[in-house]
Design a protein. Structure first.
Length: 173
């Protein structure tokens, strides 16, 4: 389907026209590992990206090096509490990690710019829903208006980023 024909409604239709790519084609067709194993993979990848050794992470968290090694590198279970503590220690965004693992089934997606942007948009959306539930906003908006507002916001964000990059290049020259 050509890009100009895509709309929020057509992207998520259950049956797409023949030859078109499904909206979640970027995600693995089936999870290769359970969520816990994918979180371990994400944690190990983030430690490598940050240049942190598992032993140093264990020391910083006050855990036994052997225990953390058995959890992250072997088959010992990773509890939700320990996962969240490790996320906090490494600065891993909980929402982006959940989207990468639970929705996309791809712990590598965590570092992708598109996942970062989608996650931050969802956080903003959730905040607006919370505000609406508290009665602060009582406006009945049509989906087309919401989609257009989001499109314009992204256009503004991209043009602003382009200006910032141009100004940085000008200052460096």
């Amino acid at each position: 389907m050509p890009h100009r024909d895509l709309t929020p409604e057509t992207v998520f239709k259950p049956s797409s026209p023949a030859g078109s790519e499904p909206v979640f084609a970027f995600a693995s067709p089936a999870p290769l590992r359970c969520e816990q194993e994918q979180y371990k993979h994400l944690i190990n990848a983030e430690m490598m990206r940050q240049g942190i050794l598992p032993a140093h992470l264990a020391d910083r968290m006050g855990l036994s090096r052997a225990k953390l090694h058995k959890i992250l590198k072997q088959s010992n279970p990773l509890s939700d509490l320990l996962r969240d503590q490790i996320f906090d220690e490494l600065g891993i965004d909980h929402v982006r990690a959940k989207i990468s693992v639970a929705l996309l089934h791809d712990p590598h997606a965590y570092v992708e710019q598109s996942v970062f942007l989608a996650t931050e948009s969802l956080k903003s959306f959730y905040l607006e829903v919370l505000t609406c539930r508290r009665g602060s906003i009582e406006v009945d908006l049509r989906p087309a208006v919401i989609h257009e507002a989001a499109r314009r916001a992204y256009d503004l964000l991209l043009s602003h980023q382009e200006r910032v990059l141009q100004n940085n290049q000008t200052l460096q020259a």
